[in-house]
Unconditional design. Sequence first.
Length: 164
Amino acid sequence: RLVEHKDREIKYCEKIKGLEFRTESNNEFIEIRKKELETLNKENEGVDRKLASFLTALKDLDNLIESQRSDKNKEGLGYSVVPPPPGQIYSSPKKDISWTGLIKFADDTVTDYSRPSPTMKSTSGDDQNINSSVPETDPSPSTITSKPFIKFVKPNDSPSKSKT
Protein backbone atom coordinates (compact mmCIF):
# COMPACT_ATOMS: atom_id res chain seq x y z
CA ARG A 1 0.00 0.00 0.00
CA LEU A 2 2.81 2.33 0.66
CA VAL A 3 4.13 1.80 -2.86
CA GLU A 4 0.73 2.69 -4.36
CA HIS A 5 0.61 5.78 -2.21
CA LYS A 6 4.08 6.87 -3.40
CA ASP A 7 3.08 6.24 -7.05
CA ARG A 8 -0.01 8.44 -6.61
CA GLU A 9 2.06 11.12 -4.92
CA ILE A 10 4.53 11.14 -7.83
CA LYS A 11 1.67 11.37 -10.34
CA TYR A 12 0.08 14.22 -8.36
CA CYS A 13 3.38 16.05 -8.15
CA GLU A 14 3.83 15.75 -11.91
CA LYS A 15 0.29 17.06 -12.47
CA ILE A 16 0.94 19.93 -10.06
CA LYS A 17 4.18 20.84 -11.89
CA GLY A 18 2.32 20.79 -15.24
CA LEU A 19 -0.43 22.99 -13.87
CA GLU A 20 2.09 25.40 -12.36
CA PHE A 21 3.84 25.63 -15.74
CA ARG A 22 0.52 26.33 -17.48
CA THR A 23 -0.41 29.07 -15.00
CA GLU A 24 3.02 30.69 -15.41
CA SER A 25 2.73 30.67 -19.19
CA ASN A 26 -0.81 32.03 -18.95
CA ASN A 27 0.38 34.79 -16.61
CA GLU A 28 3.18 35.68 -19.04
CA PHE A 29 0.67 35.73 -21.90
CA ILE A 30 -1.61 38.01 -19.87
CA GLU A 31 1.28 40.37 -19.10
CA ILE A 32 2.26 40.56 -22.77
CA ARG A 33 -1.33 41.35 -23.75
CA LYS A 34 -1.59 44.02 -21.05
CA LYS A 35 1.55 45.74 -22.40
CA GLU A 36 0.17 45.61 -25.94
CA LEU A 37 -3.12 47.08 -24.71
CA GLU A 38 -1.29 49.94 -22.98
CA THR A 39 0.69 50.78 -26.13
CA LEU A 40 -2.47 50.67 -28.24
CA ASN A 41 -4.25 52.96 -25.77
CA LYS A 42 -1.34 55.43 -25.95
CA GLU A 43 -1.42 55.34 -29.75
CA ASN A 44 -5.19 55.82 -29.68
CA GLU A 45 -4.82 58.87 -27.44
CA GLY A 46 -2.26 60.31 -29.87
CA VAL A 47 -4.57 59.71 -32.82
CA ASP A 48 -7.47 61.30 -30.92
CA ARG A 49 -5.33 64.38 -30.21
CA LYS A 50 -4.33 64.62 -33.88
CA LEU A 51 -7.96 64.26 -34.95
CA ALA A 52 -9.04 67.00 -32.55
CA SER A 53 -6.29 69.30 -33.83
CA PHE A 54 -7.28 68.60 -37.45
CA LEU A 55 -10.92 69.35 -36.67
CA THR A 56 -10.04 72.67 -35.02
CA ALA A 57 -7.75 73.53 -37.95
CA LEU A 58 -10.59 72.72 -40.36
CA LYS A 59 -12.96 74.92 -38.41
CA ASP A 60 -10.41 77.76 -38.40
CA LEU A 61 -9.88 77.41 -42.16
CA ASP A 62 -13.62 77.48 -42.78
CA ASN A 63 -13.91 80.64 -40.68
CA LEU A 64 -11.01 82.22 -42.58
CA ILE A 65 -12.51 81.40 -45.96
CA GLU A 66 -15.91 82.65 -44.84
CA SER A 67 -14.41 85.93 -43.62
CA GLN A 68 -12.70 86.50 -46.99
CA ARG A 69 -15.86 85.87 -48.99
CA SER A 70 -17.55 89.11 -50.01
CA ASP A 71 -21.22 89.82 -49.41
CA LYS A 72 -21.86 89.63 -53.15
CA ASN A 73 -20.57 86.07 -53.24
CA LYS A 74 -22.57 85.08 -50.17
CA GLU A 75 -25.85 85.76 -51.97
CA GLY A 76 -25.48 82.69 -54.17
CA LEU A 77 -25.08 80.32 -51.24
CA GLY A 78 -28.76 80.14 -50.32
CA TYR A 79 -32.08 80.66 -52.03
CA SER A 80 -32.36 83.76 -54.19
CA VAL A 81 -34.95 86.42 -53.49
CA VAL A 82 -36.35 86.29 -57.04
CA PRO A 83 -38.27 83.08 -57.71
CA PRO A 84 -37.44 81.19 -60.91
CA PRO A 85 -39.83 81.61 -63.84
CA PRO A 86 -42.66 79.08 -64.02
CA GLY A 87 -42.01 76.08 -66.23
CA GLN A 88 -42.94 75.88 -69.92
CA ILE A 89 -43.23 79.65 -70.33
CA TYR A 90 -40.87 81.23 -72.81
CA SER A 91 -40.23 84.93 -72.60
CA SER A 92 -38.10 86.31 -75.40
CA PRO A 93 -35.24 88.60 -74.45
CA LYS A 94 -36.57 91.28 -76.84
CA LYS A 95 -40.05 92.74 -76.52
CA ASP A 96 -42.06 91.77 -79.58
CA ILE A 97 -45.13 93.97 -79.83
CA SER A 98 -45.72 93.28 -83.52
CA TRP A 99 -48.90 91.40 -82.72
CA THR A 100 -50.58 94.69 -81.75
CA GLY A 101 -50.68 95.72 -85.40
CA LEU A 102 -48.60 98.83 -84.90
CA ILE A 103 -46.03 99.13 -87.66
CA LYS A 104 -43.40 100.90 -85.59
CA PHE A 105 -43.18 97.91 -83.20
CA ALA A 106 -42.87 95.29 -85.94
CA ASP A 107 -39.65 93.31 -85.92
CA ASP A 108 -38.11 93.94 -89.33
CA THR A 109 -34.90 91.96 -88.90
CA VAL A 110 -34.41 89.35 -91.57
CA THR A 111 -32.63 86.19 -90.63
CA ASP A 112 -31.30 84.33 -93.65
CA TYR A 113 -29.54 81.08 -92.87
CA SER A 114 -28.89 80.07 -96.49
CA ARG A 115 -25.33 79.96 -97.80
CA PRO A 116 -24.33 82.24 -100.64
CA SER A 117 -23.68 80.21 -103.75
CA PRO A 118 -20.00 80.24 -104.77
CA THR A 119 -19.16 81.88 -108.06
CA MET A 120 -17.36 79.76 -110.61
CA LYS A 121 -14.78 81.27 -112.90
CA SER A 122 -13.60 79.42 -115.95
CA THR A 123 -9.92 79.70 -116.68
CA SER A 124 -8.03 78.97 -119.84
CA GLY A 125 -6.04 76.46 -117.82
CA ASP A 126 -8.94 74.00 -117.85
CA ASP A 127 -7.49 72.46 -120.97
CA GLN A 128 -4.22 71.90 -119.13
CA ASN A 129 -5.90 69.62 -116.60
CA ILE A 130 -6.65 67.04 -119.25
CA ASN A 131 -3.89 64.48 -119.63
CA SER A 132 -3.30 63.93 -123.36
CA SER A 133 -1.18 60.82 -122.88
CA VAL A 134 -4.10 58.85 -121.47
CA PRO A 135 -6.40 57.52 -124.19
CA GLU A 136 -10.08 58.16 -123.73
CA THR A 137 -12.09 55.12 -122.78
CA ASP A 138 -15.74 54.52 -122.32
CA PRO A 139 -16.71 55.03 -118.69
CA SER A 140 -17.58 51.80 -116.99
CA PRO A 141 -18.95 51.31 -113.47
CA SER A 142 -15.63 49.86 -112.29
CA THR A 143 -13.42 52.78 -113.44
CA ILE A 144 -13.19 56.06 -111.59
CA THR A 145 -13.56 59.18 -113.69
CA SER A 146 -12.05 62.49 -112.67
CA LYS A 147 -14.25 65.53 -112.24
CA PRO A 148 -13.47 68.83 -113.97
CA PHE A 149 -11.37 71.33 -112.04
CA ILE A 150 -13.46 74.04 -110.32
CA LYS A 151 -11.87 77.16 -108.90
CA PHE A 152 -13.88 79.05 -106.28
CA VAL A 153 -13.41 82.80 -106.41
CA LYS A 154 -14.34 85.24 -103.68
CA PRO A 155 -15.64 88.70 -104.64
CA ASN A 156 -12.61 90.42 -103.07
CA ASP A 157 -10.11 88.28 -104.99
CA SER A 158 -9.23 91.01 -107.50
CA PRO A 159 -6.00 92.91 -106.78
CA SER A 160 -6.63 96.25 -105.14
CA LYS A 161 -5.03 99.40 -106.46
CA SER A 162 -2.94 101.25 -103.91
CA LYS A 163 -2.26 104.96 -104.02
CA THR A 164 1.41 105.85 -104.38
